[in-house]
Design a protein around this ligand. Sequence first.
Ligand code: BG6
Length: 474
Amino acid sequence: MSFPKNFLWGGATAANQCEGAYDEGGRGLANVDVIPHGSERWKVASGERQMFDFEEGFYYPAKEAIDMYHHFKEDIALFGEMGFKTYRLSIAWSRIFPKGDEEEPNEEGLKFYEALFKECHKYGIEPLVTITHFDCPMHLIKEYGGWRNRKMIDFYKNLVTVLFTRYKGLVKYWLTFNEINMLIHAPFMGAGICFEEGEDRYQTLYTAAHHELVASAWATKIGHKIDPENKIGCMLAAGSYYPYSCRPEDVLAALKDNHKNYFFIDVQSRGAYPNYALKEFERNGFEIPYKENDQEILKENTVDFISFSYYSSRVSAYQYESEKTAGNIFESVKNPYLKASEWGWQIDPMGLRITMNDLYDRYQKPLFIVENGLGAKDEADESGYVEDDYRIEYLREHIKAMKDAIEIDGVELLGYTTWGPIDLVSASTGEMSKRYGFIYVDKDDEGKGSLRRSKKKSFEWYKKVIASNGKDLD
Ligand code: BG6
């Protein structure tokens, strides 16, 4: 036994972390462009510090990123050489609608993705498209306040209608919002929200969440109507919470943290707000801003599959006296049984199997792992080659765990796309030196470098994994 036939092996990227060309092809400015590298990055991403345009004295890594806009043929050829069955990428909203509220789309932007999808199909690669990966046109932020405004639903509907219509026959797999739960942790990045003074943050965040959830359900409806072949999924920054101990208070803390995380997916997959959320809203005096036929739209348009990113499990304790650890934006209690990456993200392959089981038990829908990988510092030789055994080891152990989840536990899994098959800009830090790729890109944290692409040791390894459909992991 190995992985199912037609298992979708591949890699995943996001427009703002690889495309660059922020002002080419008629593209408008977006939130992701103005999130700088350096100490202010987190303040801007979380909506604490307003930065609605480029400011003197900052470096903005998304402006050029790895310039995939001009290199996509070369990059997709390399993915093809590795035998990718799928390539997950995202659409830069402001390439299609530069301001976001126009009625007519920007043809040049549409042509760019059309060429990219065609290039994928040349190599038998099925595109998997994230409609928005932390992406929001700046005009929609300045003019409407981002996703706190209900009008965003209509702008998003317009966007998806254009995408589903134009790319019918070219794209079948879609994700509505990348890591939709990130909205709560990084509101500017996840929802174009920069807090105003005195604003009730709780109200704002859950209002925006409602708007994204309704927009996501509309996308599912529109996508299915335009092409019944479309498979539309949600996307969660996953990683189950373990209780720090078997003390009931710790177990309850883990249950609550898991609820917080499942909240979005509960709505997207089951079609209604879960009771634990309704109770919390009641306690906080929040009323869900239902309008028109929102409830019906949510109910009738649940997702076809559950996609998620997994970098690590997390730990909950009822009293946070224990040491904490970093990890994919979420801070968690440190798990003493695990090692960590150079950025402090704990490494837990078995946690992937646990997370898969948790999600499958809860939703009973096929899963899709659309991000997983190790961000590490690579030492390239003169030819650009990297002996990245640590990356191979990380991926091997995670692939074994997912194989166990399929073979032993019977979890349905559609595919696996590693994060950043080609080195790209880190979302949390803005660095280039936090590398995930099988392909090395010559560029440093200050933006210097030739952008030359070269294969790492893991390139041949992953090629073998795919060719053997996951049997050969040595
Ligand atoms: C996920 C995001 O949170 O993690 C990606 O969807 C991101 O955009 C990835 O790049 C890895 O995080 P980082 O901070 O190492 O780039």
